[in-house]
Write a new protein. Structure first.
Length: 229
């Protein structure tokens, strides 16, 4: 479709009596739309035609279903004491995430593997009574930050709102930022959107994720906060 649209656009331009007009522009836009999927959730074409990349919501729902399945199968949840092997499991999964990210080529297969690791982190972190989330969120280890997002996704904590927002807005790993936003959404629901401090809202508004999925999630979260403030 892209090649066809480009070919027609070129033919439209090389005709001696032809000027650049909305037809040419529309054809060129149609040609590049498939390559813009990771940058935009929608695009407006001349004449008011709007193209939506509907699979953004489908990808989000699929990832959420996997994580929620881990919540259901997470077992006994948090208790007064740690499962002796839990912290070791968390650190092993954190290292596995970094290894998969480094060794596998970016794409659907790698994302699926990492989502599986996140789901296991959701279960493992629930076996810890009181993990040091502040240290994890501020860690230079992207795997430990992901473990913090998994814990807060499973067990939202109002006290973690500010450090979580700081981590999310500064998160350099796209996969980590995605799940950080998901965890932040759950923490905001716990705190109450009308109780989110204004400086936290400003930080979120200033954050500009590159990925369509992350941008969609963050925009939806900000809209929810504003709707109830």
């Amino acid at each position: 479709m892209s090649l066809l649209a480009l070919g027609v656009a070129v033919a439209h331009l090389v005709a001696p009596d032809l000027k650049i007009d909305n037809v040419t522009v529309a054809l060129l836009v149609i040609a590049i739309v498939p390559w813009l999927r990771e940058l935009f959730t929608s695009i407006e074409l001349p004449g008011g035609l709007r193209v939506e990349f509907r699979d953004v919501e489908q990808r989000i729902e699929a990832a959420e279903a996997m994580a929620d399945a881990a919540l259901v199968g997470g077992g006994e949840g948090t208790g007064e004491t740690d499962d002796p092997a839990a912290l070791e499991d968390v650190r092993r999964l954190a290292a596995e995430f970094l290894a998969v990210r480094a060794d596998m080529r970016a794409g659907a297969a790698r994302t699926q593997r990492m989502n599986g690791i996140f789901a296991r982190l959701v279960r493992a972190t629930q076996r810890l009574a009181a993990p040091d989330l502040t240290d994890w969120l501020a860690s230079s280890d992207g795997g430990l930050r992901l473990a913090a997002y998994a814990r807060l996704y499973a067990v939202p904590d109002a006290a973690a709102l500010r450090p979580l927002a700081d981590a999310v807005t500064e998160e350099p790993l796209a996969f980590g930022q995605y799940w950080g936003i998901r965890a932040l959404d759950k923490v905001v629901d716990l705190v109450g959107p009308d109780e989110v401090p204004s400086e936290v809202v400003r930080r979120l508004e200033d954050c500009r994720p590159n990925g369509a999925d992350r941008a969609h999630l963050l925009n939806r979260l900000i809209a929810k906060i504003h709707a109830l403030t």
